[in-house]
Write a protein that binds this ligand. Structure first.
Ligand code: NAI
Ligand code: MG
Length: 364
């Protein structure tokens, strides 16, 4: 059998810096665990525009459709701010998500004990927190028609439309149930069925899909109540599934319960391919951080944890993903901090490469 394939798109700014640390970890898995990937690397974002005049070359897009998983750093930077909208670095990322039809966005909110007092919430509220938000990513109010700003009488009206088909709800619900089966068999679905018809349909379809997963304890919550519960006692949740708009807000809220942008991974999954694996793009939540790019200050952990998600969800290597997450935990417990993780005075920050080396050492 051929090796699993991975397309790496480091992108712009700190993207290549954090990805360099992931490359070392990928090499470690090959050398020490016999887990060899066919890795190819290509351009996305501003660097692709510089090379080809487009933020995502067709050849790169085609490659992304063929591999088992894509791992992306970050795109963008002030240099590209004046470009036409269609040429902006972000368009490269949007094209990947759209053409791969990545409808389930997985955003974990996980609290490493060593960082529990870094949270804005009380330590006992977040210590040990490990939840996963599944956000529908390709439909809903960000895409529904009609949309626009129109003249109506003697004033303007701004319109966006929340629209969900049954099949769109069904497929993202299935992703969430599958995830719940791998975790603690607990799923909470959030919408506003009290005031939105699309929410009523959402609740009905999720309940229907739930019949195929009788082992999963399914609950429903209005999304506004969900926001309150997430800040009051987040540990009551395990997997949460919600629509594009509510998911945008709730995943950002949940993520920040646990600290820095430099720690947050994500996965975007689509339909299963011929080999049964979902189409998949893994990337840190953060951007290209032009303010610290090129200075060796970036925290590589978000990108490293994104690779851990790839191990788990694309390559069926859950135990190896656990190993990598444990290594990160260990390094943090040892007190290593990149600059973004430093609240207090008197601790000297480590560089991107020093953090990567420490994680490699912990893996050993
Ligand atoms: P950003 O996430 O790049 O940075 C926000 C703040 O967090 C900055 O102060 C940055 O230094 C810090 N930060 C981010 N990641 C970090 C890390 N790994 N380690 C340490 N500190 C980190 O967001 P911003 O500044 O709004 O956007 C910068 C550029 O990135 C823009 O061009 C934007 O369009 C793009 N962007 C790209 C995204 C992507 O590729 N998925 C997502 C968000 C923004
Ligand atoms: Mg957002």
């Amino acid at each position: 059998m051929s090796n699993p394939s991975l397309l790496i798109l480091p992108g712009d700014g700190i993207g290549p810096e954090v990805m360099a640390e992931v490359r070392r970890i990928i090499d470690w898995y090959g050398a020490k665990r016999g887990l060899v990937f066919d890795v190819s690397e290509d351009l996305v974002g501003g660097c692709a525009y510089d090379a080809h005049g487009t933020p995502l070359h067709d050849d790169t897009m085609a490659k992304a459709q063929e591999v088992d998983a894509v791992l992306l750093g970050a795109v963008g930077g002030p240099k590209y701010d004046s470009l036409d909208f269609s040429l902006k670095p972000e368009r490269g990322l949007l094209r990947l998500r759209k053409e791969m039809d990545l409808y389930a966005n997985l955003r974990p909110a996980q609290c490493f004990d060593a960082l529990a007092d870094f949270s804005s919430l009380k330590t006992d509220v977040v210590a040990g927190l490990d939840i996963m938000i599944v956000r529908e990513l390709t439909s809903g109010v960000y895409f529904g028609e009609p949309r626009g700003i129109f003249e109506e009488g003697n004033e303007r009206v701004g319109i966006n439309t929340q629209r969900y088909t049954e099949s769109e709800i069904d497929r993202v619900a299935r992703s969430a149930f599958e995830l719940a089966m791998r975790r603690n068999r607990k799923l909470c679905s959030m919408e506003k069925a009290n005031v939105m018809e699309s929410g009523v349909l959402w609740r009905e379809v999720v309940t229907e899909v739930g019949k195929d997963y009788p082992e999963v304890a399914l609950t429903h919550m209005y999304a506004d109540a969900g926001a309150m519960q997430l800040t009051r006692w987040p540990k009551q949740f395990d997997v949460i599934v919600t629509d594009n708009l509510f998911g945008d807000l709730l995943s950002d809220l949940a993520a920040m319960l646990t600290g820095s942008l430099g720690m947050l991974p994500s996965a975007s999954l689509g339909a299963p391919m011929a080999n049964g694996r979902p189409k998949a793009l893994y990337e840190p939540v953060h951007g290209s951080a032009p303010d610290i790019a090129g200075q060796g200050k970036a925290n590589p952990i978000a990108c490293i944890l994104s690779f851990a998600m790839a191990l788990r969800y694309s390559f069926d290597q859950g135990a190896e993903a656990d190993r990598l997450e444990k290594a990160v935990e260990r390094v943090l417990a040892d007190g290593l901090r990149t600059a973004d993780l430093l609240g207090q005075e008197g601790v000297a920050p480590v560089t991107t490469a020093e953090m990567g080396s420490a994680i490699l050492a912990a893996l050993d």
